[in-house]
Design a protein around this ligand. Structure first.
Ligand code: ADP
Ligand code: MG
Length: 244
């Protein structure tokens, strides 16, 4: 293992979360480390707490108990603007604001007065044609919209990307193109990635590691090969068999 890969990017320690209006805890003690430069696929049944866990890494919500460290510093000690220079999040819905593609890409600057990566470079990073910059963002195809959403995620220079089902709403061809883009960002741009997906085939093809979340706990966390071929837990075997 080289030095680059031996730095923890995110460390979860016994993270718990309960929402006020819910009887049961959503997260019941999540622990684990995502090393810098790695690509972790997070899988699990709907409602198991995957999105909740990701949203806490970006200060969209806070753990009730336990801690999350980003580059060794507790999440509660980061200012939102400093944290969001390190951690970017993208969603299935790939929301766009009214306006041009350029307006959408400059959103971070509009909100914070500063942006590290400008639209032309973001186009190059995400494979969007610069010809699209002056077009209305609502006219983009699903795949282009997701590229735009990723461009915005990348625009503050974050090197840790949290991807929440980003290909779930796309047709097979666009999904495949987004997979290639993420692989490129991981391999060539050294992005650390936690990717929530319900597509086990995608997890198998792209993940270096797979974490299985069920009912708020991590059932199994393993190298991809081990996860799919020689999982330790009976629940993992059932999940893999059930999902294919
Ligand atoms: P997953 O992404 O694995 O499908 P989620 O993290 O979205 O799961 O949700 C886990 C559980 O937490 C679900 O039962 C969901 O209804 C609940 N939940 C998520 N966010 C909230 C919230 N803001 N308020 C109340 N309950 C929530
Ligand atoms: Mg979710």
């Amino acid at each position: 293992m080289n030095t680059f890969n031996s730095i923890p990017a995110i460390t979860f320690t016994d993270v718990h979360k309960t929402f006020k209006d819910k009887e049961h805890s959503v997260l019941k003690g999540i622990s684990g480390t995502v090393m810098q430069g790695s690509l972790v696929m997070m899988v699990g049944p709907s409602g198991s707490g995957k999105s909740t866990l990701l949203s806490m890494c970006n200060l969209l919500s806070a753990p009730d108990e336990g801690s999350i460290e980003v580059y060794g510093k507790d999440i509660s000690k980061w200012t939102i603007s400093d944290l969001r220079k390190k951690v970017g999040i993208a969603f299935q819905s790939a929301p766009v604001i009214d306006g041009t593609v350029r307006d959408n890409m400059m959103l971070v600057q509009k909100l914070h007065g500063k942006q590290d990566i400008m639209p032309e470079e973001l186009c190059a990073l995400t494979g969007l044609s610069p010809d699209l910059l002056e077009q209305d963002a609502r006219d983009l195809s699903g795949g282009q919209r997701q590229r735009l959403s990723l461009a915005r995620t990348l625009s503050n220079g974050s090197d840790l990307l949290l991807l929440d089902e980003i290909t779930s709403a796309l047709d097979a061809t666009s999904a495949h193109e987004i997979e290639q883009l993420i692989s490129h960002l991981h391999k060539e741009r050294n992005k650390t990635i936690i990717w929530v997906t319900h597509n086990l085939d995608q997890a198998k093809r792209l993940g270096e590691e797979v974490w299985l979340l069920m009912n708020g706990v991590i059932v199994e966390k393993a190298k991809t090969e081990t996860f799919f071929h020689t999982p330790v837990k009976a629940e993992t075997k059932q999940f893999i068999e059930g999902a294919f």
